[in-house]
Ligand binder design. Structure first.
Ligand SMILES: Cc1cc2nc3c(=O)[nH]c(=O)nc-3n(C[C@H](O)[C@H](O)[C@H](O)COP(=O)(O)O)c2cc1C
Length: 318
């Protein structure tokens, strides 16, 4: 996730139990692009013990091929192409989710990338369509034609952004249609949901986005549920420790307090409703300005009621 899945966040997640694979933030690809050093660090300094896929976003075929070849020189699990980003400033350039409007272009890109990435997996992350699902099946067939190794499928259209119903039925259709494994993505907010979605879709696995921020224990909880074990509940005092970890980034001493508070708020947006389903923590958190105010508020909500635990299947309103 852009601005989230950097090497530091991956390390924090690994502390609580990594997923089987990570995906980097996307490397922007165009005629002047070079590999972004910060994103690259998530690969070269990955100390999670788990493999990481390098994601690219772009539409210029020679530059995608050039970048994919460069990325293959690093210790990556594979090269992933982003065909899902819904930000208008992105899709208007016909990259990310914008590509879903042009199956012929997708065909060309995947053909050339497949020829270039021959000794590592080549994978695709996409949505079920741009504003409707008219191109869904033709793009799935293109994925088969170019022997894509893994498809991560977010069951919404680009125009749905991050809201509304996730079409798990279409993910199930993709599982039947494509030759490669499919990861089901969208609102996997609890271990229970993960198991239900796996059963409903027949997917090979689930991909977790925002809920990894809200509940970094989720990967272990999913494994526990998969093994039929009881799911460990998380006392709010442990969430307080997690927030501390997010606060103590290695570069913290060089960053102004305001920026650090803003950075932490970005994470707390996803954590707050799991802490307090009434929404008071979220509302008050958004108002604080200083480190002192922030941690007083955290202490009030996280340390005063010793028996409270993190919600297991929260909702998200950000
Ligand atoms: C802040 C943020 C950044 C994201 N950045 C990326 C990205 O760089 N590449 C990508 O494939 N998906 C990205 N996504 C989308 C997620 O990977 C995922 O598909 C989407 O959030 C739905 O899954 P979820 O309900 O588990 O969050 C991003 C999502 C968010 C909220």
């Amino acid at each position: 996730m852009q601005d989230v899945t950097n090497k530091w966040f991956m390390k924090v997640i690994a502390h609580y139990g990594s997923p089987d694979y990570f995906f980097t933030e996307y490397f922007r690809v165009n005629d002047t692009s070079r590999l972004n050093r910060n994103i690259l660090a998530a690969i070269t300094e990955n100390d999670t013990g788990r493999p990481v896929f390098a994601q690219m976003i772009g539409e210029s075929i020679p530059d995608l091929v050039r970048t994919a070849k460069e990325l293959c020189k690093y210790n990556i699990a594979g090269v992933d192409l982003n065909m899902g980003c819904p930000a208008p400033r992105i899709y208007r350039k016909n990259v990310g989710g914008g590509l879903l409007r042009e199956p012929e272009k997708v065909d060309q890109i995947l053909g050339e990338l497949r020829a270039a990435v021959n000794d590592k997996p080549l994978t695709v992350k996409m949505r079920v369509g741009f504003e409707n699902t008219d191109n869904f099946y033709s793009i799935l067939d293109i994925i088969n034609r170019h022997n894509i190794d893994l498809l991560s499928l977010h069951g919404r259209t680009v125009k749905d952004m991050y809201h509304g119903v996730v079409k798990y039925d279409l993910i199930a259709e993709a599982v039947k249609r494509v030759d490669c494994p499919v990861l089901a993505n969208g609102n996997i907010n609890s271990a229970k949901t993960a198991l239900e979605v796996l059963s409903q879709t027949g997917a090979a696995g689930v991909m977790v986005g925002r809920w990894a921020i809200g509940n970094p224990w989720l990967f272990n909880q999913i494994r526990q549920a998969w093994r039929g074990e009881e799911i460990t509940v998380v006392p709010l005092a442990e969430v307080r420790n997690y927030i501390d970890r997010l606060w103590q980034t290695p570069t913290a001493s060089t960053i102004p307090e305001r920026s650090r508070v803003a950075y932490l708020k970005m994470f707390l947006n996803y954590i707050a409703l799991s802490v307090d389903t009434e929404g008071d923590f979220l509302r008050l958190m958004r108002r604080v300005q200083t480190e002192g105010e922030m941690f007083n508020l955290c202490d009030r909500f996280l340390l005063t009621e010793g028996t409270k635990t993190l919600a297991l299947a929260p909702s998200l309103k950000v």
